[in-house]
Design a protein around this ligand. Structure first.
Ligand code: F6R
Length: 241
């Protein structure tokens, strides 16, 4: 597991350049995507790169990590809406190559990922409680695409987009930890002090179901990009060793 520390702006630049390079090397790249605040600047950089003719998503296939259950794609809080707003509507991706998990086609999603040869590059954020995708604490490391009941903490974290926690859906559909681990390369980004405990546990803690992201210690090509605030606890504890 490699750790890179920088400002959000620096990291977003490095990560978008990495994605661009991967697409240049393999135009039909299979890209795993996350929503949330962490990758927004990366997506903005990708949009610019497409507009400047630096890269094309024409042959790229994307698989998003997760989606709420019960929200229409025109709902501004759905992850399909988010991805259109921040990326898909502004790049030359073939709409047929965009994939989202759905509650009535769980196994089909796993199959489709496999048929595409698995994800080449997976972009991840991480929750305060260590969730990746919507894989909450105590999710099996063997999990594949599945339905989840969202924890109060996660609903609370996400309520800023819904004005009121009661409007946050109680269920979501997510790819599993096994799917994530099957990606050939993983990039995880985390910004802000609220992530420092998750980052510390992810890098230095035991590999345990209690902290879903800790499984990433076992991935052979995983880089964690953090800002100083998210790095702080790990830095302090490492210095004290
Ligand atoms: C989003 C996702 C989540 C987020 C995580 C961090 O598709 O899968 O695991 O990556 O909740 O969210 P932000 O980036 O908003 O802090």
């Amino acid at each position: 597991m490699k750790i890179v520390v920088g400002t959000k702006e620096e990291i977003s630049k490095i990560v978008s350049e990495e994605i661009i390079k991967e697409i240049q090397d393999k135009p039909n790249l299979v890209l795993g995507l996350a929503t949330g605040s962490s990758p927004i600047e990366v997506y903005a950089n990708l949009v610019k790169a497409v507009k400047n003719g630096k890269v094309s998503f024409k042959d790229v296939t994307t698989f998003n990590l997760d989606e709420y259950v019960g929200l229409d794609e025109r709902d501004i809080n759905s992850y399909r809406y988010f991805m259109k707003e921040h990326l898909f509507n502004h790049i030359d991706i073939n709409k047929e190559n965009i994939n989202f998990p759905s509650p009535d086609a769980l196994e089909e999603y796993d199959k489709k990922i496999e048929e595409c040869g698995n994800v080449d590059l997976q972009i991840l954020g991480v929750g305060r409680n260590g969730h990746i995708g919507f894989n909450e604490p105590f999710t099996s490391f063997n999990s594949t695409t599945h339905l989840v009941d969202l924890s109060y903490k996660t609903r609370q974290d996400n309520s800023r987009f819904f004005y009121d926690i009661d409007n946050v859906p109680k269920q979501a559909v997510t790819i599993g930890l096994k799917n994530i681990m099957n990606a050939k390369k993983i990039i995880l980004m985390a910004f802000g002090e609220s992530k420092q405990e998750a980052i510390y546990k992810m890098v230095k803690g035991q590999v345990t179901k209690e902290v879903p992201c800790s499984i990433l210690q076992e991935h052979s090509n995983c880089t964690i990009y953090v800002d100083e605030e998210a790095y702080n606890l790990l830095k302090t504890k490492t210095e004290g060793e």
